[in-house]
Design a protein around this ligand. Structure first.
Ligand code: ADP
Length: 506
């Protein structure tokens, strides 16, 4: 059955040994039993003389049964940190109460005669007063595999785990707890704990996947989920599991891996936003070309046309006509100027080069100045009111950009209001941490479904009305950069109120 050079039955066994049996044929049976073991076994007496050595031990040490009768210390050494500790280990048995001594971790077993050397796990046990047993396992393959797995895993964010059915806990790679900062005592986590750490949107699918796996239905598919880390942040993971064996239709043990996919998610997100940006730029370019050609040509035509009328010598113009044409040229020049400055601002926003200079501002001074500026331009029959009662409000802001926003709102209010009133004002918010500035009109109003869209670039409710549709999108960017918000409350055919809310302190 076994290689004859190493498994010759040992004839020199002590007949009074505790390992010998008295019934006929028992000697052979015990021999075969020992040799069937997957653990190396060496029996020796109190002098250290080998009494018996089984097949697994002989195989590992590359020796045969001729070592029986020799001292164990002459045959092998147990090396821990470059020192042979076998004599010391044996010496410990001189103390009567010592029953067994475990070999420390990271220990080599060496046999010069057999030129053998391997990592070992083992135990020396006292069987009787004068009888000892060394049992050991060659763990080189195990350690190599473990080491390779550790090495492979250490450079990843993959964490193996298994579900212990008896204790009803998940036993997870200790690196997982170090990585996530989730506290643990013994690298375990109950399913309840795990469940409460899941993002509410992912709890359902995880419960389903785990439930199916636990019920014995094979579910080898990856499931994505977000888990609450120790620092309170959610992180994306992907989990996958399988099971070892089945007992009465239920899995014996569910094993799996859990892999952080946050880096992938971040890359995916930045790629999506880069793609969206590229698409948006493309759309912007087309919209820009379509809008600008029209918006530039209209005032230019008017400027050129009325200039020709003024300078053309054929028809003599009345002085009021000349004034009217000059006013029209001026108005169209202003349209062009404001269009060009909107385009410049848009490009600054695009390239992130719009500069902001913050300083302390008196709101009353700023609003009074704006009121004076627009008072004379308001159409006849429209009441223009300044509603700024509090003269002492100061805020940290960029006055130039703030003025630009209110300018834009006032120009719009005047453009879309034919009668009624336009109110310009501000008031402190409830907690007095912010100020709400408003421009309110009784103009045409904005349909409810378009009240968000008007803050998008080039969006106009009525494409026949003059304007490039850039003003409000610029206002929104500025409002956000100043740390605030802008919104509109409007009713169709009744009027609109634009509210710019900014913090008083930066
Ligand atoms: P523009 O510079 O062309 O005026 P805006 O971005 O300032 O563009 O405004 C976009 C659109 O929002 C306008 O074309 C108009 O349809 C709508 N809008 C803005 N302000 C008002 C207002 N006070 N009343 C009614 N509609 C308005």
């Amino acid at each position: 059955m076994f290689n004859s050079s190493v498994d010759t039955p040992q004839g020199n066994m002590c007949s009074d040994s505790p390992f010998s049996c008295s019934f006929p044929g028992s000697e052979k049976l015990s021999e075969r039993l020992m040799d069937a073991l997957q653990t190396g076994i060496i029996f020796f007496d109190s002098e250290g003389v080998i009494q018996r050595i089984n097949l697994e031990a002989r195989r590992n040490l590359h020796v045969d049964v001729s070592v029986v009768g020799r001292r164990i210390t002459d045959i092998l050494s147990i090396v821990y940190r470059d020192v042979n500790i076998l004599p010391d280990l044996l010496a410990r048995f001189r103390e009567v109460e010592v029953e067994d001594v475990r070999l420390p971790n990271d220990t080599f077993m060496r046999c010069e005669e057999g030129c053998a050397r391997f990592f070992v796990q083992g135990l020396i046990t006292r069987l009787d007063k004068d009888e000892f047993l060394l049992s050991f396992r060659n763990i080189v393959d195990e350690l190599t595999q473990e080491y390779m797995l550790k090495m492979a895993l250490s450079s990843t964010k993959i964490f193996p785990w298994y579900y212990d059915m008896e204790r009803e806990v998940m036993v997870i790679d200790s690196r997982y707890f170090d990585y996530t900062g989730i506290p643990t005592k013994d690298n375990t986590m109950s399913l309840e704990d795990f469940g409460t750490r899941l993002h509410p949107d992912d709890q359902g699918k995880m419960a389903d996947a785990f439930g199916r796996q636990l019920s014995g239905e094979h579910f080898p598919y990856p499931v994505e989920f977000r888990l609450l880390r120790g620092d309170g942040q959610f992180e994306w993971f992907e989990g996958q599991s399988s099971y070892l064996g089945q007992v009465e239709g239920l899995p014996f043990r569910v094993v799996g891996i859990c892999m952080s996919t946050q880096t992938h998610k971040d890359i995916e997100e930045s790629l999506i936003s880069a793609r969206d940006k590229a698409e948006q730029s493309d759309r912007l370019k087309s919209a820009f070309l379509a809008n600008m050609s029209h918006e530039i040509r209209t005032p230019l035509n008017a400027i050129v046309g009325f200039s020709n009328l003024l300078t053309g010598g054929d028809v003599s113009l009345e002085s009021h006509e000349a004034k009217e044409y000059t006013d029209l040229i001026n108005t169209n020049c202003n349209h062009l100027l404001s269009l060009i400055s909107d385009v410049i601002d848009l490009s600054r926003i695009e390239t992130n080069t719009m500069e902001y200079h913050f300083s302390r501002q008196s709101l009353y001074a700023l609003f009074s100045e704006l009121y004076q500026k627009y008072k004379s331009s308001v159409r006849e029959g429209i009441d223009f009111n300044l509603m700024a009662s509090n003269e002492y409000i100061q805020l940290d802001t960029d006055a130039f950009r703030l003025r630009q926003v209110i300018d834009n709102l006032l120009v719009n209010a005047m453009k879309f209001t034919a009668q009624g009133y336009i109110n310009l004002g501000y008031q402190l918010s409830e907690g007095e941490e912010c100020v709400e500035m408003f421009v309110e009109d009784t103009g045409c109003g904005i349909p409810e479904d378009q009240q968000e869209k008007i803050f998008e670039r080039f969006y106009k409710v009525d494409s026949f009305v003059q304007g490039a549709g850039l003003g409000l999108s610029i206002c929104k960017t500025i409002a956000e950069r100043l740390g605030g918000t802008i919104r509109v409350v409007s009713r169709l055919r009744e009027g609109s109120k634009f509210i710019l809310r900014l913090p008083l302190r930066r």
